[in-house]
Design a protein around this ligand. Sequence first.
Ligand SMILES: NC(=O)c1ccc[n+]([C@@H]2O[C@H](COP(=O)([O-])OP(=O)(O)OC[C@H]3O[C@@H](n4cnc5c(N)ncnc54)[C@H](OP(=O)(O)O)[C@@H]3O)[C@@H](O)[C@H]2O)c1
Length: 226
Amino acid sequence: MKVCVVGASGKLGQYMVQHALDRGHEVVGVCRERSVGKLDRFKGRITIIPGATNDREVIRKAVAGCDGVLTVLVPWGVQQYSSGTAQAVMDCSPPDARLVFSCGWHISRDGKDRYSWKLKALVAIAGPIARLFRLAELDDQVEACRRIFASTTKWTVVRASDLEEGDSQGLPVWSRHVGDAILESNLTRRVDFALFMVAALKNDELIHEAPAIVGCQTPSARAGEA
Ligand SMILES: NC(=O)c1ccc[n+]([C@@H]2O[C@H](COP(=O)([O-])OP(=O)(O)OC[C@H]3O[C@@H](n4cnc5c(N)ncnc54)[C@H](OP(=O)(O)O)[C@@H]3O)[C@@H](O)[C@H]2O)c1
């Protein structure tokens, strides 16, 4: 497969690049010009297109001929960065390409997720504060996902729990709604979040799904599979 990683220089992006290379995929990475150095360890093994991920010309060039596009939807910055990125990816990717987007549990596809008071409080308090200081724009990630859910492209939106670093434990398990018992542990290794994103490229059952994921070795995942 030829795979584009949009937002390749971040932690999740770098893990996705590594997993894609491990699977023998040809990889094109997009990241901000100033972050190209973060991808030095992949030098000679991937093609890098520097630029803003919401710049349509940058995305058009990067996704040309790709079978799959993995996009990190970041809430950082306040110029509709997430929604601009999602729109550019949907508009410019080849029509049959598998499009996989990352976000967090706070995104709801159908309003049927049941959130803990902790997550509700975090979004209610952190969102406006981040916006006030022009750090992040949680609402724009919501808008990005609204557009994706309405699209006829072959999309999957992967919604991750809280994250931690550490060695891979294997492919996370998933469920349709936050609040489902299997997700209770609310923790996934970032490297495995990336594994799920890359594996989704070849899993047609995930087309038009917004799986909420949790680490496969967490207590709730193990209890759910027992
Ligand atoms: N962190 C969590 O606890 C958590 C939990 C659940 C889901 N997620 C999801 O996981 C994904 C990755 O998030 P992460 O927190 O793990 O971060 P990450 O992988 O380290 O990625 C951060 C990304 O944000 C970009 N970025 C930072 N500041 C920016 C700005 N001002 N304008 C534009 N881009 C900017 C970085 O690009 P540069 O390399 O160019 O700086 C990088 O690509 C996101 O989709 C997030 O919603 C995160």
